[in-house]
Write a protein that binds this ligand. Structure first.
Ligand code: 16G
Ligand code: MG
Length: 543
């Protein structure tokens, strides 16, 4: 067929380096940008056949999120704005690793296996972040999509691309499939939510933002006028000078537990950081003594679920709300949610797609990873009930008010994927409505001291886990060793898991004091090193 000849011709322009093997990881392919040209072309092909299969628009986002500037990556977005399904992740890996001369066969295998009608039209939305390699790599994706009806959105945040794919496939019901439509939808909802919060001072409207020198900074600047000064953002690390994710951004702040460079922070001031593709956010402040306080995904999940639960009660709506976390959630947050807030908490494997999936089981599913990826999902039935109540003329003022707030809350949230911009607007609105400072939010519960370490091993796949990654099944003896170490400390918990994005084993430990958490993390690292084939020097104690 003519299209296959065309593919052959174009693929010669995007050759695969011999011997290179890459996996579709936790969120797509990610590595040094120099190794990705053929992957991009092939993901353009795959997105096109995925579009034919689903008879819907598919998204391709070129980004390596919080990784350094020299890396890049690519991930596929399914019709409702969610991550691509697991069987197609496998197709992606197959196609990516086919030798140059086998590419057509690999593609035809997928087409056959999925029974794809090649005469079906295709539509692919392509987005990219601000990395210098993103321009040519997204062009390689477009070459793969070639002539088949791709739409190039150019520079967008990852969640903006997810949003636009969803808008397109719901014929505009979710909003208009443009960046402008995105700003209009979320900013209008924010303004509605905050309009009756009387007496907000300029201080309360002010937010200090670290844009990680990435796409989020650019897009916040574009969005600003839509906020009508109801949120006044001082934008730092806007990409005009500094390097992407370099000593700044959500990952740096969370891992280093300190403020980003390039930002002057006044004591008590509310601050937040995005990551490089703006699908992740953390909040923080420094107190009058200069001590740094981080408010991570767990703190956001708690604030949001408390707010929603109160509104649902006021509205008299009997909807099932749950919080979805991972093993990294601080033990204090889980304890607070279950025992004080009395909300259902579920734990899943690491990675947004896993949390998203579980959150879909509830009327209201609030999901957050501690690292700041997260959002809220409302079931169709829940949205309808809220909508009906908001329009009902026979309900009392209190219920009505709660229903209207819930309706606007739904509209300020990007339900397709965790979104730093939308999460920021939601948190800002909740703090405004509750008249709460960041310090008051921080004192809802106190985090247990914790430590994360990495251990290099010969092959991290020797570690297999169960129970949402909280227990190791292999290698033999490792879990027992961890259990025995945990027993030595108070309020302690520890687990290990192979990373999905780096060639390391990750170790997490928490306990009643920082010294204990550090000691436990070290001892567990040693157990991994000894029982799971550690390479290089033995892990050293932290103190
Ligand atoms: C990716 C995931 C993130 C997860 C992280 C874990 C998405 C969009 N991103 O960045 O959710 O927390 O990987 O990394 O799913 P690790 O496996 O190296 O610990
Ligand atoms: Mg990211």
């Amino acid at each position: 067929m003519a299209e296959f000849q065309e593919i052959s011709k174009l693929s010669a322009l995007h050759p695969k380096p011999a011997g290179l093997v890459l996996q579709y990881g936790t969120s797509g392919f990610r590595t040094n940008a120099k190794q990705l040209d053929h992957i991009m072309f092939r993901m353009g092909l795959l997105a096109t056949v995925r579009s034919k299969k689903t008879k819907a628009t598919i998204g391709v986002m070129v980004t390596a999120s919080h990784n350094p500037e020299e890396d890049n990556g690519v991930k596929l977005v399914d019709p409702m704005g969610e991550m691509v399904t697991q069987d197609w992740e496998e197709h992606a890996t197959q196609l990516a690793n086919a030798d140059q001369e086998d590419l057509l066969t690999a593609l035809k295998n997928i087409i056959e296996k999925e029974a794809i009608n090649m005469s079906q039209e295709a539509n692919v939305f392509v987005g990219k972040d601000t990395r210098s390699s993103s321009a040519s790599l997204s062009q390689a994706v477009l070459d793969g999509v070639s002539a088949l009806g791709g739409h190039n959105y150019g520079l967008v945040t990852t969640p903006q691309l997810h949003y636009m794919v969803c808008c397109q496939n719901t014929q505009g019901k979710y909003g208009e499939a443009t960046v402008e439509g995105y700003y209009t939808k979320f900013c209008q909802a924010f303004i509605q939510l905050t309009k009756n919060t009387s007496n907000r001072t300029d201080d309360q409207k002010h937010l200090c933002l670290d844009g990680a020198n990435g796409i989020g900074a650019l897009k916040v600047r574009e969005m600003e006028s839509h906020l009508k000064k109801e949120l006044q953002i001082s934008l730092n690390n806007d990409g005009s000078k500094g390097r992407l994710n370099h000593q700044c951004g959500a990952d740096y702040v969370k891992v280093q537990q300190k403020p980003p460079t390039g930002v002057k922070i006044n004591p008590g001031e509310r601050c937040c950081s995005f990551d490089g593709d703006a699908d992740r956010i953390v909040y923080y402040y420094t107190d009058s003594e200069g001590t740094f306080h981080l408010l991570d995904g767990d703190k956001m999940a708690t604030l949001i679920s408390t707010f929603l639960k109160e509104l649902l009660t006021q509205a008299g709506l009997n909807l099932k709300i749950a919080v979805v976390q991972t093993a990294y959630a601080n033990g204090s947050s889980t304890h607070y949610l279950e025992n004080t807030m009395k909300v259902l908490v579920r734990c899943t494997k690491t990675g947004v797609k896993h949390l998203h999936h579980v959150a879909q089981e509830f009327d209201v599913g609030v999901y957050f990873e501690a690292n700041g990826h997260g959002t809220v999902l409302f079931s169709k039935a829940a949205e309808e009930k809220i909508q009906q109540l908001a329009e009902d003329t026979n309900v009392n003022d209190e219920r009505k008010k709660a229903a209207l707030l819930l309706r606007n809350t739904i509209n300020v949230i990007n339900q397709t994927v965790g979104d730093a911009i939308s999460d920021m607007l939601l948190i800002e609105a909740i703090l405004a409505i509750k008249g709460m400072t960041i310090q008051q939010w921080d004192t809802i519960y106190t985090d247990l001291p914790n430590r994360q370490l990495k251990v290099k091993v010969d092959d991290r796949r020797v570690i297999d886990t169960t129970d949402a990654e909280r227990r190791a099944v292999t290698p033999a003896g490792l879990q027992e060793a961890i259990d025995n170490l945990v027993k030595k400390y108070r309020q302690a918990r520890s687990f290990v898991r192979p990373s999905g994005t780096e060639d390391v084993v990750r170790v997490y430990a928490e306990a009643d004091t920082q010294e204990s958490a550090d000691a436990l993390a070290h001892e567990v690292s040693l157990a991994v090193y000894r029982l799971a084939g550690g390479v290089g020097d033995e892990p050293k104690p932290l103190h």
